[in-house]
Design a protein around this ligand. Structure first.
Ligand code: 13P
Length: 335
């Protein structure tokens, strides 16, 4: 029981009004590719340095409640020798860890993926908790085509998400439950709404079967949005309306919703987050952006130590813009 209370408290802290979550948990492969593209040689130390630059941004905790890292970062230390988890806590934020091992081809379902990482998960979670992690993340991925995602892919991924979530709560870690419907493709916003609703229904069913406490999880969904190759770009009010319509199926006890940015430009992600605040919902609607927050910082830094301040300023500016959006919640909502 105490673990359930712990999870509820951590989930409430993660979704504190006016704050969001920073996703800095790119896998070693993804992070290395992004560093290389920015002209930085990818090594364990350049990945470490980059994450320290992000996490030590002055004032970050004003708009960020928690930072998600990958396992490599959690085993690394700040330049002053403090382990990342400790340093982040000292800075007033909660450290989290991505615990899935990636979306892999799903046997039986040509062209679709299932996210792996369940084998041995409870033992790993116990270790991460000991290392200071307060929460975890698992991302399931769905691609929209004329024939996908199939019910089978939704069922497989939803079951894995729920098993992960149950294991996290048993370990006293808050699970961030991330079912991501990708923006890849030319589908309409209506089709994204339909698919996202089906995916969420499958996830809710599995969470319920495995008795996951919704007050001790944070849902990390995609916003409901047209495919990146679709001819017409929906405006922020349309995205907010469509997104909230799908989310309304979640019960009030859910601790909170923290959106991924999914490849939207930083500007669009913030505009959509702002428009979302005009909707009255029983749970906070916040951000857990990766690219929409860190891309400008990486572009500013490019591995140049004289540009660390500029990188931190870029991150701080984008965090402040999204935190400001959250603070409009009271003002934008109908009385
Ligand atoms: P993006 O905001 O870049 O989509 O990343 C969020 C995330 O954590 C993906 O798993």
């Amino acid at each position: 029981m105490w673990r359930m209370n712990t999870c509820r408290e951590i989930a409430a802290t993660l979704t504190t009004p006016g704050k969001g979550i920073l996703a800095a948990d790119e896998s070693i492969a993804t992070m290395s590719a992004r560093l290389e593209k920015a002209g930085v040689t990818p090594t364990a130390d350049s990945r470490r340095t980059y994450r320290e630059i992000l996490a030590s941004t002055p004032g970050l905790s004003d708009g960020v409640s928690g930072i998600i890292f990958c396992e490599e970062t959690l085993t690394q230390v700040f330049s002053d020798g403090r382990p990342f988890a400790q340093a982040v806590r000292d800075l007033g934020m909660l450290p989290g860890i991505k615990v899935d091992t990636g979306a892999k081809p799903c046997p039986g379902l040509a062209g679709e993926t299932v996210t792996e990482g369940l084998d041995g998960l409870p033992a790993r979670l116990a270790r991460y908790a000991q290392m200071g992690a307060a929460f975890a993340k698992w991302r399931a991925v769905f691609t929209i085509t004329e024939t996908t995602p199939t019910w089978a892919a939704m069922a497989c991924n939803a079951n894995a998400l729920a098993r992960y979530a149950a294991a996290c709560q048993e370990a006293g870690l808050v699970p961030i439950v991330e079912p991501e419907v990708l923006m890849t493709g030319s589908h309409s916003i209506a089709r994204c709404a339909e698919v996202t609703a089906s995916v969420h229904a499958a996830v809710r069913q599995q969470l319920s079967l495995l008795r996951v406490d919704l007050a001790g999880i944070v849902l990390k969904p995609n916003m409901v949005i047209e495919g990146e190759d679709h001819a017409i770009q929906a405006d922020a009010e349309q995205v907010a309306e469509a997104t909230v319509s799908v989310l309304r199926a979640w019960p009030a006890e859910l601790a909170g919703v923290a959106f991924l940015s999914g490849g939207q430009s930083p500007r669009r992600a913030t505009a959509n987050l702002t428009a979302l605040q005009a909707h009255r919902t029983p749970w906070p609607l916040t951000f857990s952006f990766g690219r929409a927050l860190v891309s400008p910082a990486l572009q500013a830094w490019r591995g140049d130590e004289t540009r660390v301040g500029a990188a931190q300023e870029a991150l701080a500016t984008h965090v402040a813009a999204n935190a400001a959006a959250l603070r409009l919640r009271g003002e934008l909502q109908p009385a």
